[in-house]
Design a protein around this ligand. Structure first.
Ligand code: GRF
Length: 180
């Protein structure tokens, strides 16, 4: 069994999905950089060790990751860029979930970008991260049709449902493959 840490900044619905669907990994550490994150309640209810730190220093976090024997990191709505220090320590072992079909609509407002572009289809992408935002190796994607009356909220809600399914599946599969 491999150990996973989850970094989050917001609602934590993907974090919850990962905790619920962990098969090949055990969620051993939760790290939050936003004291107002709604996901803190989910984290506290999970009983998993939670660190809340607004000014996260990667060197300090790394010490904690080593102490907890963390093998993989999943970003789940984490709003800070991971720097080269952690990227090197966890090469090809940091996952992210993004609300678009990458390489389309990178960055923060991916759902709004798809709507503004009058796209008919968007989706979500589970990928490995590298030093460029939303540009790492793509591991899985799910397509979601855009409806005529969609708003950012209605569309994002449907995308999130798919994210929660593919993110856990992808990490389970990736970890299993790496072990064999
Ligand atoms: C998701 O849409 C994810 O793709 C993006 O941030 C959002 C996080 O949602 N990176 P949640 O906090 O997991 O509910």
């Amino acid at each position: 069994m491999k150990n996973l840490a989850i970094f989050f900044s917001g609602n934590g619905s993907n974090m919850q999905a990962l905790i619920n669907a962990s098969e090949q990994f055990k969620v051993e550490l939760l790290i939050c950089n936003n004291v107002e994150a709604k996901g803190i309640v989910i984290a506290e209810n999970s009983g998993i060790e939670l660190i809340i730190a607004t000014n996260i220093n990667e060197q300090d976090i790394y010490e904690k990751l080593v102490e907890k024997k963390i093998d993989y990191i999943a970003l789940a709505g984490y709003n800070k860029l991971i720097k080269s220090f952690l990227l090197e320590k966890y090469n090809k072992k940091i996952f992210n979930i993004h609300p678009s079909l990458l390489p389309l609509y990178r960055g923060k407002d991916a759902v709004a970008q798809a709507l503004a572009n009058n796209a008919r289809i968007t989706g979500c992408t589970a990928h490995l991260i590298n030093e460029e935002i939303d540009k790492g190796i793509i591991l899985a994607q799910a397509m979601i049709p855009i409806l005529n009356n969609d708003t950012i909220e209605t569309l994002h809600k449907r995308i999130l449902k798919q994210e929660q399914i593919i993110y856990a599946k992808t990490i389970n599969k990736y970890v299993k493959q790496e072990e064999h």
